[in-house]
Design a protein around this ligand. Structure first.
Ligand SMILES: *Cc1c(COP(=O)(O)O)cnc(C)c1O
Length: 477
């Protein structure tokens, strides 16, 4: 593709995306295709000769769009938001255009230094501890960041021996029953094993980890010869945005020389608003590592996870391996950061460009407005639910997620839960909105996560009216 051809098709692509943004509400929120439908519509074999680009756009419309779930749709309330925004898309496009592989400072100094600066901007925007400044890195996902944190914790616990050779300690990791599944996956990947992941009870009301229970479990495990490696505290659980008591958990970690990893994948970015800085409680005193995802609720296209550590030595110590073919003067001088030493893969994309575009376009004020608008809508929704006698509202909803369930007063619990899932299915099949569910205290809860950039009050009200009507229709004899 010549630069001239690129220009022509590039304009078509940008026009296509802009038109998509304009008409996104005309699509069903959740894709309505059956398994295999998209696959069957695609040719079995690749073309022998090049076909040009028009066909790609035509098939995007004809074959792929029916199989797309519209995450940016203003009535998308499932999972957590995965915000896209104009400046992030353009920043990502520039990164693709440059085609830089930023594994070392020497492979593109600007790729490394922009990342250092922009992750530091983010630490300032969120009011994160001084110790994190200069110690941040962009990862592809919170899951990878948690894996990196555990690897760094292993390095520190093993006395800083690269490769952990000869270390035979039986390590344990502590999570709550609401911790993200990525921690168990990490334990499996690291060879610590899923059985070494000890699940601490939560407070039945707040669903937050019980620090007294944590301390007891650690004491029992130590008595049995285990070494408490790491505790993962979550600020904003995926299930219900429960907030683990980080200061109390941190104190337990300190007493037991365990690494404190704080997972604020969804909620952390909300600290851009000064009134939500309580989300950072305990970080400055206790956190060894901290992760949040601009790619969820901060207008930055997937993938963009920010990971900070209070001390970079165990992280870099665990992950740097220097083969001959990567040796270079800059690395040898010790004056530069090579971010390949801060992550699992060697290669890395120039992700800082899109985060930089987002922060410069919106400014701190614009980012705050986005978070506040999502929270404001969530609080309105919570008010409507609370006022409706046919529903139970989960009382904890400080951010953009509201959890609730229909009461179904005539039905035993199991049948009531089945009825809740049935109406959710029916609503999602309608294409008018998309919500998901969770389980807490043994009961099914519906989750409505508000935070798509285009969501306005009319979308939330419309969704709520549909949910309430669906419950009344189902309950009618
Ligand atoms: C979404 C989420 C994750 C996983 O994030 P990825 O970036 O998709 O790996 C981890 N922890 C919490 C609390 C989350 O909400």
């Amino acid at each position: 593709m010549t630069p001239d051809e690129f220009r022509r098709h590039g304009h078509q692509v940008i026009d296509w995306i802009a038109a998509y943004q304009e008409k996104i509400e005309s699509y069903p929120v959740r894709s309505q295709v059956a398994p295999g439908e998209v696959l069957d519509a695609l040719p079995q074999s690749p073309p022998e000769t090049g076909e040009g680009f028009e066909g790609v756009l035509a098939d995007l419309d004809r074959v792929l769009m029916p199989g797309i779930t519209h995450w940016q749709h203003p009535s998308f309330f499932a999972y957590f938001p995965a915000n896209a925004s104009g400046p992030a898309i353009l920043g990502d496009l520039l990164s693709s255009g440059l085609g830089v592989q930023g594994m070392l400072w020497a492979t593109s100094p600007a790729c490394t230094e922009l990342e250092t600066r922009v992750v530091d901007w983010l630490a300032q925007l969120l009011g994160l501890p001084e110790a994190f400044r200069g110690n941040g890195v962009i990862q592809d996902s919170a899951s990878s960041a948690s894996l990196v944190a555990v690897v760094a914790a292993l390095h520190r616990a093993g006395g800083g021996k690269p490769g952990r050779d000869g270390i035979e300690a039986r390590y344990t990791i502590y999570t709550s029953s609401h911790t993200h599944s990525s921690l168990e996956k990490t334990a499996r990947i690291c060879g610590i094993g899923a059985a070494a992941v000890r699940v601490v009870d939560v407070d039945p009301q707040t669903l937050a980890m019980d620090p007294a229970r944590l301390e007891t479990m650690i004491a029992q495990d130590r008595a049995a010869g285990a070494v408490p490696l790491l505790v993962c505290a979550t600020v904003g659980t995926t299930s219900t945005t429960a907030v683990d008591p980080v200061p109390e958990i941190g104190a337990v970690c300190r007493r037991n020389s365990a690494w404190l990893h704080v997972d604020a994948a969804y909620a952390g970015v909300a600290a851009v608003c000064p009134e939500l800085r309580w989300l950072n409680d305990g970080l400055a005193q206790y956190a060894d590592s901290y992760v949040t995802n601009p790619h969820k609720w901060m207008l930055t296209n997937f993938d963009c996870t920010a990971l900070w550590v209070a001390d970079r030595a165990p992280l870099v110590g665990a992950l740097s391996v220097l083969p001959e073919y990567l040796r270079n003067q800059a690395t040898a001088s010790g004056e530069v950061i090579d971010y390949r030493d801060w992550q699992i893969p060697l290669g890395r994309r120039f992700r800082a460009l899109k985060l930089w575009s987002v922060i410069r376009w919106y400014g701190a004020q614009g980012l705050r407005e986005h978070i506040r608008s999502g929270i404001g809508l969530a609080q309105q929704l919570a008010g409507w639910i609370e006022a409706d006698a046919a529903f139970h509202l989960h009382p904890h909803h400080p951010l953009g997620l509201v959890c609730f369930r229909p009461l179904w007063p005539q039905l035993p619990d199991a049948e009531a839960d089945a009825a809740t899932l049935r109406i959710m299915q029916r609503l999602n099949d309608s294409g008018e909105l998309y919500l998901t569910h969770t389980k807490a205290g043994g009961r099914v809860l519906l989750r409505m996560a508000i935070g798509a950039p285009g969501t306005e009050q009319r979308h939330v009200r419309g969704a709520w009216d549909r949910i309430a009507a669906a419950v009344r229709t189902e309950a009618a004899p």
